[in-house]
Design a protein around this ligand. Structure first.
Ligand code: ADP
Length: 607
């Protein structure tokens, strides 16, 4: 999107653009882009009020000189200053400059520059440069982590290291072992398309939107919806550049000549992979992943449940079936409000009032849809040949129908454009694009995720649901609640959809988030992932035994990154140079994302 154009341009297409949308999905991307375009009152470009964001601890002239030095070794085109008006773009053309789904003022989470290394030695070169000049780096793979900060850094003025633009090769797909090895710029779309092209009978597990990178999503503990939905659990082997520039490989990758890097994740000795996920301890340059063999068929099913309170019984019904692998995939239990929002229609088509859409109004609209009146919807998928699927589907039916008012919806009764068919694709290992539609719910739609985890237990889920509902009601936000069914736990994913063009709505959303995080922690629930600006608050809810976990993380940070150059503050982990200077944003929030500077360089360990 750009201010000058009178209509939206065609989104980038894969494989011409490594980060593009596959041709088969282009019509959806075009549709979504024009819907968002028409529903945007916020300016497409925001003029800069504060000029170039120079990182704390270095003067402007010194910084610009240092960047010039970097562009001499990396190439002019691969070092780009971020001093132009900010363009929010959208999912397929997201910005590398700031968080397009801003919560605070957009210039709070803005970078100073973006660099594009083209090889591992070039990543090492960038790291050496950052240590020399004490400049904070923020590595991204593709930066499509929208709702959690996108490509934005936690520390204003950090230099974004965009790993994906020039390092986007699929290094290996092994159809016998069902594994792959990828670079940071490989999206779920790209891997899927390549597998199809080669005609391999293997599947990629994919999140709701497939445009993000496999590495970024996995490092963030993202989930997908086939039986391989736990991406971190499916990864095998990392290659990492440490904040001091050394390169190393985890697991079997440490053994020269081993061919088991992607088949045995542990190797020998402590499993070090974990410290590179949701952290700021290294830059991942390669990752291996297990892929699912084509199970020889799959079948998605849909049940609806009438009453809000049915959630308790439903979850308790799901638990034993899921643990016993009768229910086979990471299914979704969704609140019915999302059913109408995912149609891509605007909220005003359903309800004109302020505050959350009233239950009766919602039910009135649902009545006109193929699924009818209900409060919860279960989308699940079974795998294998028909005989095997039928055996398990019968058990599921028997158990689900014990819940009074439960209804199985026959997929054949659903129109071709019903959201069901998108869920069926995703659970069948085919990345899609439908989920973005709910952004059209409000003008200038942005979203944030409130994502606490609980055991698969009705009593827990009711508590979390009550917390989310009360706070959404308090701040006048529609509740978009989904539970992703893990093996023994549920990820409750509340998508808080808001008008990012309205500073008042952004403030309300921030307060709602901070209250929910706090309420959930008081009841013993923690988030599995969160937006940049809530990471301090969430990290500090994991505070058992006098913050023992954070003390351990800080020890690791100081040992691995003595100059504190790598993603300071990511996941609430602050390097020594920043600690005790007011960088953390606690549960009360505040107007600035910055603290009071950093420890001066005199005592630093310049490498
Ligand atoms: P995606 O495009 O897959 O949605 P991102 O590239 O935005 O994901 O990655 C999500 C987050 O994970 C980033 O904000 C960053 O903190 C971290 N991250 C991503 N890629 C890397 C990497 N290669 N090395 C280290 N951290 C990374």
């Amino acid at each position: 999107m750009s201010t000058s154009a009178t209509s939206p341009s065609t989104p980038p297409v894969y494989p011409a653009a490594y980060s593009g949308i596959p041709e088969r999905l282009l019509h959806k991307a075009v549709r979504e882009k024009s819907r968002l375009w028409e529903n945007q009152s916020k300016e497409f470009q925001t003029p800069r009020k504060r000029g170039l964001a120079v990182p704390a601890g270095i003067g402007r002239t010194e910084f610009v000189k240092a960047l010039d030095e970097l562009s001499q070794s990396l190439g002019k085109d691969h070092v780009v200053l971020n001093d132009q008006p900010l363009e929010d773009g959208w999912y397929m053309e997201h910005p590398n400059t700031h968080d397009a789904f801003m919560i605070m003022d957009e210039e709070e989470t803005v970078s100073s520059a973006c660099v594009y290394p083209g090889s591992v030695p070039e990543v090492q070169l960038v790291v050496a440069w950052a240590n020399k000049h004490l400049v904070p780096l923020y590595p991204i793979s593709m930066g499509r982590n929208l709702g959690y900060g996108g490509a934005a850094p936690r520390v204003r003025g950090s230099v974004i290291v965009d790993m994906g633009k020039r390092m986007n090769k699929i290094l290996d797909i092994n159809p016998d072992d069902c594994t792959c090895l990828v670079e940071p710029g490989v999206s779920f779309y790209a891997l899927y398309e390549e597998i199809q092209k080669r005609g391999y009978k293997i599947w990629v597990d994919t999140p709701d939107l497939g445009g993000g990178s496999i590495i970024g999503n996995t490092l963030e503990h993202g989930v997908g919806y086939t039986p391989y939905g736990d991406h971190w659990g499916a990864h095998s082997g990392l290659e990492v550049v440490l904040p001091t520039g050394e390169l190393f490989r985890t697991g079997m990758g440490a053994l020269p000549g081993s061919d088991a890097w992607q088949t045995f994740p542990y190797g020998f000795g402590p499993v070090s992979d974990g410290i590179f996920s949701q952290s700021n301890f290294g830059i991942v340059t390669k990752m291996g992943m297990a892929l699912m063999p084509d199970p020889g068929g799959c079948e998605t099913f849909l049940y609806t449940f009438q009453h809000e309170d049915d959630l308790l019984l439903l979850v308790d019904t799901v638990r034993p079936l899921r643990i016993a692998n009768i229910l086979e995939n990471v299914a979704q239990i969704r609140h019915a409000t999302i059913e109408i929002a995912v149609s891509g229609k605007r909220r005003t088509e359903f309800y004109d009032g302020t505050g959350p859409i009233p239950a009766e109004v919602l039910q009135g609209h649902l009545e006109k849809t193929p699924i009818g009146r209900c409060n919860w919807v279960y989308y699940g998928t079974q795998y294998g040949p028909e005989k095997i699927r039928k055996y398990k589907l019968d058990i599921i039916h028997q158990e689900f129908m014990k819940i009074p008012g439960a209804k199985r919806i026959d997929p054949q009764s659903l129109p071709k454009d019903h959201y069901f068919w998108s869920r069926a694709k995703i659970a069948g290992g085919q990345p899609d694009f439908e989920e973005l539609s709910y952004l059209n719910w409000v003008p200038n739609g942005g979203h944030l995720g409130f994502s606490p985890v609980s055991p698969t237990r009705g009593s827990d889920v009711l508590k979390l649901w009550k917390i989310a509902k009360e706070r959404h009601d308090q701040y006048g936000i529609d509740l978009f609640m989904t539970f992703c069914v893990g093996l023994r736990e549920l990820h409750m994913i509340n998508l808080v959809v808001y008008d990012r063009g309205s500073p008042e709505r952004r403030k309300a959303v921030e307060k709602c988030m901070r209250s929910m995080i706090d309420d959930a922690a008081k009841s013993g629930y923690g988030e599995y992932r969160t937006h940049l600006l809530f990471q301090d608050q969430v990290a500090r809810t994991y505070n058992w035994n006098d913050n023992a976990l954070m003390k351990f993380n800080e020890k690791l940070k100081d040992a691995l990154d003595p100059n504190g150059i790598l993603a300071p503050g990511r996941c609430g982990i602050w390097p020594e140079r920043y600690r005790g200077r007011g960088w953390e944003i606690g549960k009360d929030g505040r107007e600035t994302s910055e603290g009071q500077g950093v420890r001066p360089p005199a005592g630093s360990t310049r490498l």
